[in-house]
Design a protein around this ligand. Structure first.
Ligand SMILES: [Zn+2]
Length: 103
């Protein structure tokens, strides 16, 4: 299993799960009921986390998640320093290889 998304807001994790499942990707949520239920653990341990079960689906899952995330700072188009593709300014990460934008 590979973790592809985590968020303190469980509804957000649930949305992402629905998105991936609707695209035929098998997922698993860890800490689904964790927040507030396991007071002994450090908070970081109970962040709901979305996992993709099959490694072959991970790249596609990441693209789907990336496309669905709220647009952050938009700006000029940029060129990925890793793979050299053109990326639209409203993406903060490369849609192809996932590398973070470097300003
Ligand atoms: Zn790239």
């Amino acid at each position: 299993m590979i973790m592809v998304f985590e968020n303190f807001d469980f509804s957000r994790v649930g949305q992402m799960r629905s998105l991936l499942e609707s695209n035929g990707i098998k997922t698993f949520i860890r800490n689904e009921y964790g927040v507030g239920g396991l007071g002994e653990l450090p908070f970081v341990e109970v962040v709901p986390q979305l996992f993709v079960l099959e490694e072959k689906d991970v790249a596609r899952a990441k693209v789907l998640l990336l496309l669905d995330l709220p647009m952050e700072d938009s700006g000029d188009d940029w060129v990925c320093p890793e793979c050299g593709v053109d990326v639209e300014g409203n993406f903060s990460r490369c849609w192809k290889c996932g590398v973070n934008r470097r300003d």
